[in-house]
Design a protein around this ligand. Sequence first.
Ligand SMILES: Cc1cc2nc3c(=O)[nH]c(=O)nc-3n(C[C@H](O)[C@H](O)[C@H](O)COP(=O)(O)O)c2cc1C
Length: 394
Amino acid sequence: MVKGRNILLGVTGSIAAYKSVEIARRLVEEGASVKVVLTGAAQRFITPYMFETISSNPVYTDMFSDPFSHINLSREADLFLIAPATANTINKLSCGIADNLLSNLWLTYEGHALMAPAMNFRMYRNSTVKKHIRNLTQQGVQFAGPVSGSLACGEEGVGRMLEVPEILEEAASLFIEKDLKGENVLVTAGPTIEPVDPVRFISNRSSGKMGYAIARAALRRGAEVTLISGPSALTPPRGASFIPVEKTTEMDKAVFQCLKKSTAVVMAAAVSDYSPVEVSKVKRKKEDSNTLNLKVNKDIIKSLGKKKGKRYLIGFAAESGKDIESARSKLMGKNLDLIVLNDISRKDVGFNVDTNVVTLIDRNGRIADYPKMKKIEVADVILDRIVKFKKGKP
Ligand SMILES: Cc1cc2nc3c(=O)[nH]c(=O)nc-3n(C[C@H](O)[C@H](O)[C@H](O)COP(=O)(O)O)c2cc1C
């Protein structure tokens, strides 16, 4: 999303300044052109040379070294990102003070603006700082964080700069059309697990990556998102209301609790088809019977199909091979609007990797094949269908 964009990265005097090197690096990696402006205090923490090397661009520190840099740099920028943003700089920018290159650029800048504050928790709760953050927010400035955590000074509290991937996520999201605004997308992700005894369970290899990508993409596009997830190592996207579950019965309960407020449902979870008939309260011994009696779990998506009303319902079919007929019969049999077929026999796509190759099959019989894509790109292709449906063009 930031590919081809001109990003002006302002760095101010906080210990967190070292993290902005990673921000610059990741932005460049994603194809953005990055120009960095450092305050005097920032240079006490980090050197311009570091950013020059990473960005392959000159780094700007002095208002008087070039008569027009304080205007030109902001004119060409698509995003002014200040990370970390100190209390001092936030307060100054809110008041329109222009006493260094960064604050002069701010006054002449008119595009997307994002700030990632970093400061001691007492500074952050200071009423003057709060007032200026409010003022800047009212002017349309987006704030990413801060969050609660351990601070450089050894204390704990709200003031820690948001982690780099999340700042980048917020930055990318500024360039995305909010075509899902007003929608409430319910996403399920990950596996469900069925206990056998207190230490063992049956489950599957789902990592949750596809569902989490759909949740992230829907948030970026302006939707409200509820993510119901089985056990996963992934961090839920910021802004989603997150419901962790384990068993199929728990996922089922959570889905139907959240159904009322949802306008579209994407069932990306790999729900266990079976669970043990009996769950032992104590660890089964090796010498115990080695037969596990299983019962079939409730088909959550099938019952959703009966109650979906006007919601757009999307299911997944993970098949060993590209079995269009089986996917189509699932689509019709479960009353889905769209089914996403993925071939899990390929090692490079599907479960536990960042890429997927999918075929979308809809109720009108249309079949669309897609090449190997990142899961976040697959997510957008899937969400495009919800947008089309809402526009009356399914
Ligand atoms: C070790 C150290 C760490 C600091 N960390 C922060 C910080 O995280 N956030 C903050 O608002 N100020 C912090 N300060 C204070 C700022 O550096 C100071 O307010 C400075 O004037 C900010 O200037 P600038 O906003 O122009 O970069 C720190 C100061 C020192 C000495």
